[in-house]
Design a protein around this ligand. Structure first.
Ligand SMILES: C=C(O[C@@H]1C=C(C(=O)O)C=C[C@H]1O)C(=O)O
Length: 336
């Protein structure tokens, strides 16, 4: 990386940066590069109207696993949770769509921005794999000098178009012992990892609510100041994957995921962002995303499981999460 930074400086960049994606499994190769041209732009307003349709109707749609397979995997994870082998596992599923014509990545990206203005939007070409596009609500790390923030999410509820029902869903999520427990496992683990590295660390005692267009999430924003310099890339890699995307304890949860998920997550559940030569940077979790590879599109969604989880509810939750991307393809007409 140092060599690439030096080359970029010689090419005229005063503060080069590394940008790209690190997969869910850190043992897999990362897709990082040091661009020769780099611009940090002020955030622009999301488009208010989208020109043209992103794609036609899907010719086929394969669920991997389907409902029965997913519920079966959740039940197997629940056995391990109840035996005390793990405290939390995040299981995911994928939807593979086939179109007659390649969908227009640019139109889909703009649709995602319009529908999810608050999200971390990304669109990146993964050589040989397609274009990764997403609108993630989850910040793994933002770091400037020694000050940093992380904002893990865990515990989710579907939103409603009806304001009263929507407010009730939010209240029920805050009151849910199962979701609070699922969230706490993430916060406690992050705190354990961060505390020894920090001069100051502020961990709020209870989560607040964060909303996307379709979901409520339990959210805790943690702020701190590092004792020693550690680049945003190094710190992000140390924290990734958090129990929000993997489970807890990390190694055992990873093993459960490898045994129970019928596909390789690849970059799904990974992290995407940048880190400059001074060590500043920002990394978001790769969720609410999909990969467009010519006429084939793969969309991913997962849900955290604890011993009080119910397979059908987790299936529905992953369905709601998939709705974020489906809507951008014009394939889910639900307004929230
Ligand atoms: C795994 C996903 O989301 C993660 C799991 C959540 C949960 O289990 O409640 C909430 C936000 C994310 O940390 C996803 O969106 O695919």
């Amino acid at each position: 990386m140092q060599q690439a930074f030096d080359d970029a400086r010689r090419a005229g960049l005063s503060n080069p940066a590394v940008v790209g994606v690190i997969p869910f499994d850190k043992a897999q190769p990362s897709r990082l590069f040091v661009p020769r041209h780099l611009a940090f732009l002020p955030p622009s307003a999301p488009p208010t109207a989208i020109c043209g349709l992103p794609c036609g109707a899907a010719r086929s749609c394969i669920e991997q696993p389907g409902r029965a397979g997913f519920c079966d995997a959740v039940n197997q994870a629940l056995d391990l949770l109840r035996e005390g082998r793990i405290d939390k596992a995040v299981l995911s599923r994928l939807l593979q769509l086939e179109f007659d014509e390649p969908p227009c990545a640019q139109t889909i990206f703009q649709g995602l921005r319009q529908q999810n203005p608050e999200a971390y939007h990304f669109a990146v070409d993964l050589p040989g794999e397609g274009v990764l596009i997403g609108a993630s609500p989850e910040l793994l790390l933002r770091k400037h000098r020694r000050a940093f923030s992380t904002n893990p999410l865990a515990g989710s509820a579907k939103r409603s178009l009806d304001p009263l029902t929507d407010a009730e869903a939010a209240r029920a999520l805050l009151d849910s012992a199962k979701d609070q427990h699922e969230h706490r496992l993430v916060i406690d683990d992050l705190e354990r990892q961060l505390r020894p590295l920090c001069r100051t660390l502020n961990v709020p005692p209870a989560p607040t609510l964060l909303k996307t267009a379709r979901l409520w999430h339990l959210s805790t924003r943690i702020d701190g100041e590092l004792q020693d310099e550690l680049s945003a890339l190094r710190l992000a890699c140390r924290l990734h994957p958090t129990p929000a995307l993997c489970g807890f304890p990390t190694a055992a949860a990873k093993q459960v995921i490898a045994e129970l998920e019928p596909f390789d997550r690849g970059v799904f559940g990974g992290i995407i962002g940048w880190c400059d030569a001074a060590g500043n940077g920002e990394w978001a979790v790769v969720i609410r995303c999909g990969i467009i590879q010519q006429t084939r599109v793969r969309l991913f969604a997962g849900a955290g499981l604890v011993s009080a989880s119910c397979p059908e509810a987790e299936w529905r939750e992953t369905g709601t999460k998939l709705g974020t991307m489906l809507a951008a393809f014009g394939l889910d007409k639900e307004a929230v």
